[in-house]
Design a protein around this ligand. Structure first.
Ligand code: FE2
Ligand code: FE2
Length: 190
C-alpha cells in the first residue's frame, strides 16, 4: 500500500462520527464521481486498451453508489448537495496538460483518492464497530475494493511510463501532505 507522508488529521474522525448523515450523502457523491471518473479516463488514447478494466471499475463504483443510496433511504436521509472538497480540488488542479502528462497525473490523482478512501474506510469500520454495526460492516466491506482500484490506477500509470509515474507520485504525495495540513472544516470523507 501507498506510504502517505501525512497522517489523517486528529480532528477528522470525531468530525465524521458527529455528522454521519451528512457524511453518508458526501460518500454517495464520492462513489458517483468515482464511477464517472473511471469512464472519463477512457478518453485517453493510452488507456484505449484498458477500456474494459475501466468499465469494470465504473460498474463497481456504481454498485457502491447504489449501496450508499440504499443506506440513505433506509435511514430516511435525503440525497442532497455535495460539499466541495479542497483536497480533491487541489489534487485535480495540478493535473498537467499534454496527452501523456495528463493521463499519468489523472491516474495518480485517482489512485490517491482511492488509497485515502481505503485508509479512511478502514478507520471508520473500526471506529463504528461499537457505535453503528451496520455502517461498520459496510465500511469494512468497501476496503478491499478501493484498495484494488488504487493498485489498478497506479499500474495503469506505470504501464504508460514507469519513471514519469515515480516522479509524479513523489510530487503528488507532497501535495497530498500539504493539502491535508491545510485542513477542511466540512464534515466530509476527503
Ligand atoms: Fe467505491
Ligand atoms: Fe474506488
Amino acid at each position: 500500500m501507498l506510504l502517505f507522508r501525512e497522517k489523517i488529521p486528529a480532528d477528522w474522525l470525531p468530525k465524521v462520527l458527529g455528522h454521519l448523515p451528512e457524511v453518508l450523502v458526501d460518500h454517495a457523491h464520492l462513489e458517483r464521481k468515482a464511477a464517472t471518473t473511471a469512464l472519463t479516463l477512457e478518453k485517453y488514447r493510452d488507456l484505449f486498451g484498458r477500456v474494459e478494466e475501466l468499465n469494470a471499475i465504473a460498474i463497481e463504483e456504481l454498485q457502491h453508489f447504489q449501496l450508499v443510496l440504499s443506506l440513505l433511504k433506509k435511514r430516511g436521509i435525503p440525497f442532497g448537495q455535495p460539499h466541495p472538497s479542497p483536497w480533491i480540488a487541489g489534487l485535480m488542479r495540478s493535473i498537467r496538460n499534454g496527452q501523456r502528462h495528463q493521463v499519468i497525473d489523472h491516474l495518480i490523482c485517482c489512485a490517491l483518492i482511492e488509497a485515502r478512501s481505503c485508509e479512511k474506510f478502514q478507520v471508520l469500520g473500526r471506529a463504528l464497530a461499537d457505535i453503528d454495526a451496520e455502517l461498520s460492516t459496510f465500511y469494512n466491506s468497501l476496503v478491499e475494493s478501493e484498495g484494488n482500484h488504487y493498485a489498478t490506477y497506479i499500474l495503469m500509470a506505470r504501464a504508460v511510463n514507469d519513471a514519469e509515474t515515480d516522479q509524479r507520485l513523489d510530487f503528488y504525495l507532497n501535495l497530498d501532505a500539504d493539502l491535508i495540513r491545510q485542513g477542511s472544516p466540512a464534515p466530509i470523507l476527503h
